[in-house]
Design a protein around this ligand. Sequence first.
Ligand SMILES: [Fe+2]
Ligand SMILES: [Fe+2]
Length: 268
Amino acid sequence: MAVQVLATADGRAKTALSRAHAAAWFAARAAGAPLPIGVATPPAQPARPAKPDLLDPRDVPRRRPGSPTGRIALLHAVAHIELNAVDLHWDIIARFADQPMPAGFYDDWVKAADEESKHFNLICDVLESLGSHYGAMPAHAGMWRAAFDTAEDLHGRLAVVPMVLEARGLDVTPGMIDIFRAAGVTEAVDALTVIYGEEVAHVAYGSKWFNWLCGRDGLDPKETFHRLVRRYFHGSLKPPFNTEKRAEAGLPPDFYWPLADGAATPVA
Ligand SMILES: [Fe+2]
Ligand SMILES: [Fe+2]
């Protein structure tokens, strides 16, 4: 089921399949007949639609969010991130299926994949209501880099994807909501508010399973996190951090501050 989602190119088709598979997974769990985990080989890269064109981040035109076009570009970038997140969550399910994990691990990532699918559709609906659509603008290539680099390291995947990349979403989303509120684009405010509320849990799933693996393997979680982020994440973490939501998601300051820009910053 995960590989079917990864192999579907069109965004709306990918998210529809993702939501149907998530519903089937949870229906089977509720009926007391959980689906077997199985083993499958996910593609090295997920299938993607012909549009948007994927450009090197340096070549993606920068637009100011003060203009309608700039705000559409911002939403377009969010849609691209959400679609990538759908694939990331199904990929962690399929990629590491040879390692026995508790059933709750799969529950969490199926739920996260279902929510990312909803997020993609919500943002696409807003783009369409503003006369645009996903695919109308170029998007960042290289979004799959973190998945590719951690394809053989489950600890590394959890450290970089939910605990760094998705945690970054908690830092920047309130500012985005402010931009759309100031511009009076209430559909965007509503969609981003749903996303903001649900993303805390995705970061929390990451820290939960990262800590679980460290406990199983006798590793110090904080030291291991620092080592893996330095190994797999290219660049430093950018403050200001949303310390409150990060704490709610089980991410304490001494995990991320030592990895921040200007790492001499005192650990709060
Ligand atoms: Fe999301
Ligand atoms: Fe997420």
